[in-house]
Design a protein around this ligand. Sequence first.
Ligand code: C5P
Length: 248
Amino acid sequence: MKPWPPGPGSAILAAMQPTPLPPVLTIDGPSGSGKGTISRRVAETLGWHYLDSGALYRAVGLAAAWEGVDLDDDEAVEACARRTRIRFADDAAGEPRVFVNEQDATDELRLETTGAAASSIAAKPGVRAALVEMQHGFRQPPGLVADGRDMGTVIFPDAAFKVFLTASAAERAERRHKQLMDKGVSVNLDSLLGEIIARDERDANRAVAPLRPAPEAVVIDTTGIGIEAVVARVLAHVREGGYPVPAR
Ligand code: C5P
């Protein structure tokens, strides 16, 4: 017979302890601040999972457009958010692909028009609520790097590590321009800058989950700083927080 009440160090007490949740590093910031690239590299170094939360909002915006959902009809857009299936998978070459309702939508998701649709539907509280559970589901061992606008403030407020990346609007527009040109998409730099500023304003001024750093976030201005240097600063933040960071 096992003694009762169980003494300190007993297997019963140990089994009753709640399992600690895997650690989370949140990386928030405006469009073009380098979040995606930096988050992926940091996740790779740490061996953690990666959540591109912007892709979820983009996927819903795209699904709504495919289905001809009226973007002004809050209930219809929320219903669309709840039924849209979003799946992340690497292709044979190890490149990340995103499937929306089982259709490979990776390239369409990156278009500025999709970003603008995402920003518009992301202001709806019902849409944000519909995506919370899916985002929490990414928190799996050994840890998660989550990139977005409200990762540190709303979705993972208990995250052990929080970073907020910024950069001047001009530099962000130039980075986006280069990314699109590399993909063979030709866009006008000035109109890109205008779209980025408009999207920032909408994201920062909306009533729900506006774009802003969590009070405890480390803010890094990436203007004029290369990707590797930013990755190193983010990893230094994690290391300073007491987590063992593998050498790169
Ligand atoms: O990061 P990305 O540019 O892919 O995000 C597209 C849009 O999705 C953003 O402009 C923003 O409006 C919305 N978004 C959000 N909350 C997040 C991630 C993205 O509202 N966590």
